[in-house]
Structure formats: structure tokens, C-alpha cells
Design a protein around this ligand. Sequence first.
Ligand code: 6PG
Length: 257
Amino acid sequence: MGHAKIRIVEGSDSLASAAADAIVHAANQAIDAEGRFTIALSGGSTPEKAYQLLALPERSRQLDWKRIHVFFSDERFVPHDDSRSNYALAARTFLKLVPIPSANVYAIPVEGTDVQTAAKSYSAMLARFFGISELNRPPKIDFILLGLGDDGHTASLFPGKPSLTETKAWFIGTPPGVLPPPVDRITATLPLLNTGKKVVFLVGGEKKRDIVKAVLIGKNTSYPSVHVQPEFGQLVWLLDSAAASGLKLFTGEHRIS
Ligand code: 6PG
């Protein structure tokens, strides 16, 4: 298990600002170094405030949006205009409000297909974008944003589901886990997540206290999030003090192995 950097901030507003700032910083670093920035977004409720901050001029004008390419770590198998869609969340909170070319936003296909075919075509699309074969190792996405479910899931890698043991495919279809919404998902697999250059868990609120402790301290391998260990990239847990309260760590930066 590699090292993880843990950053604890005081409350939900600071958590959203810290996440938005981390994305802006990583984007400008990648654009300076390679001329583009690739990010995979997660869904759920936690990232909403951070996404909204990215749309405000204070941060939006710091970004060269035509050099930014947005993917998704997972998606619910519902239409993109469905309120449960992770694409819809990102579109509503920032993608439709910033000058990012629509061609730079790669939604996971959910129409006119089945969930496994959708996962395969998304992997093929990624392979074309990165100029590699989907039979090879996954691409190195610059920034992968993840959440943590109360059951220890991340993206749509749910405890006990076959998607957890996938070693080749980059995206896979999966039935729902125990947490709502009860719809099929398409999810990045552990090989894809663990090839990320910077993998950031964004977790906030008292409700997540116990699962954060179980994952970071207990390291119980029945929790999919425990298996997110980037091979070469950086793993960061960005927590507010409520979610981190079981770790007995003060606000600030820490490293754990
Ligand atoms: C999804 C997300 C999922 C989410 C966690 C945490 O599609 O639901 O990708 O992995 O990040 O369930 O969700 P909350 O932020 O709502 O607690």
C-alpha cells in the first residue's frame, strides 16, 4: 500500500474551495507541462459545491478551458437529462457555464445500448483520445476525482461486485450497489483508477466519519476504496474535519501509509 496524503480542512465550504483550487492548480500544471489537462469527475452530492466554484469567474478565468478534457469516473445508466445522472450534475453546476468546447466533454454513453456495450464504447473512446489500444494498460488521466460511499464504494465499484476484480477492462457495467439510486452503472475499474496521475478522494460530513476511519485506518479490503492505490500517481484524501474526526488528526496536511 503506497503513501496517501491527507488534507483536512475545517468545514464544507473550505472543502469545496480546496477541491476547486486543487483542480485549478493541477490543470494549470498539466497545461504548462503537456498542453492539456484530463480530468475524470465523480458524481454524488459532495462535489457539487466544488463544481459550482469552478464556474465562478474567480477560478474559471484562471483556466484555459479549450485545453481541458472532462471524462467521468462513473455514470448512472439513465438519460443525461435525468437528475440522477453524473453528467447532468457536472453540466448543471459548471460545464454549461464555462467556455469549455462541447467536444472536450466526454459523457459516458447511456442511450440506445446496454450497460456493458456502453462501458466498452467508452473505453474505446478513451483509447482513441489517448492514442493507445484498449488492450494495453489504461491511460494516465491527470486528475481523477472520487467520492466515498457509506459502504466503502467509490466510483461505482461496489463491495462484492465482479467489477472489483476486473483486471483488464478500463470501464465496466455493474448492477447497482446497496446505496441509491438503484440503477445500473458504468464505472472505471481499479486498473484505470490506479493509473491516475493524481487521484483525489473528496469526502465531507459527519456521516462519513466511520467509513473514512474504516478505510484509512482499518484498511478493510472488503471496501473497494481501500484498493485505490495509484501505482505511480499521487493519492490524496481531501476531508473536512467532520469526516476526518475519527482519524484523530488536526486540520492540515498529513501522510499515512
Ligand atoms: C456516484 C458517485 C459515487 C459517490 C459516492 C459518494 O455515482 O454516486 O460516483 O461514487 O461519489 O457514492 O456520494 P456522496 O458524495 O453523495 O456522499
